[in-house]
Design a protein around this ligand. Structure first.
Ligand SMILES: CC(C)(COP(=O)(O)OP(=O)(O)OC[C@H]1O[C@@H](n2cnc3c(N)ncnc32)[C@H](O)[C@@H]1OP(=O)(O)O)[C@@H](O)C(=O)NCCC(=O)NCCS
Length: 202
């Protein structure tokens, strides 16, 4: 039976694997970009590097097959990302002056963590990402991972968390709705922002 535990350094490759295999609106994004590490370098690596104590994995007894990770403070994270994460990954992903292709736009996102800071989300300072490999979805593990993450936030006195999801990911939206997330009044094309209080009972 799979179980939730804190992230360890040796989980990094597995987290990267889960990330790229669920990064296309919940589906497999392997082979879609020049490097399968690009998606995880944008959406997972910085959190593991900067706030590993807020990362938790689902372990099937053999490896990490799912995770929840994030930051307690999105504004602080953006600053630390620029200082401590971007210098590690930027040389692998040179920026285009005018990003046009999907690849170029994702690389541009990698270079601009500040875009994740929205004035309208000040009451939801934390943000998170959660992903499970397909064979481990639908067994209550997503709920268990989020419970663990919210408890860690509550322990740190963080009032609430938000996430930005591809609006096309209707399956994930059903999951968040079921758990009690509510839509937040922030707009970005193709992205829906949801939030929940850390004290919520999931
Ligand atoms: C989205 C995801 C994290 C959900 O995790 P999960 O383990 O599959 O979900 P759970 O089994 O914990 O579901 C918890 C509850 O939500 C309900 N639920 C899940 N998906 C649902 C849906 N699409 N519609 C309605 N309810 C849903 C479950 O029935 C369950 O309810 P119950 O406990 O009352 O029976 C997981 O499916 C996943 O990783 N998907 C691919 C990657 C992805 O899309 N990540 C999110 C990016 S924003």
């Amino acid at each position: 039976m799979a179980f939730v535990r804190p992230y360890e350094d040796f989980d990094r490759a597995d987290v990267y694997d889960v990330c790229v295999r669920t990064a296309d609106g919940g589906g497999d994004a392997r082979g879609q970009y020049s490097d399968d590490h690009l998606m995880p370098d944008v959406y997972a690596g910085s959190y593991l590097h900067l706030e590993p104590e807020l990362a938790f994995v689902l372990d099937d007894g053999n490896r990490a097959v799912g995770y929840v990770l994030g930051t307690a403070d999105t504004r602080r994270w953006a600053g630390e990302y620029r200082r401590r994460w971007l210098p590690m990954v930027a040389p692998r992903y040179p920026r285009s002056d005018v990003p046009r292709t999907r690849q170029e736009r994702l690389v541009d996102t990698l270079h601009h963590p500040e875009r994740a800071v929205h004035e309208g989300l000040a009451d939801y300072p934390a943000h998170l990402h959660i992903d499970l490999l397909p064979e481990h979805q639908g067994h209550g593990h997503g709920r268990a991972l989020l419970r663990t993450f919210l408890a860690a936030l509550a322990e740190r006195g963080v009032p609430a968390v938000h996430l930005g999801m591809a609006s096309s990911n209707v399956r994930a939206r059903g999951f968040y709705d079921r758990l009690g997330f509510h839509e937040l009044p922030v707009t970005e094309p193709g992205v829906t922002f949801l939030g929940i209080e850390s004290g919520a009972v999931l």
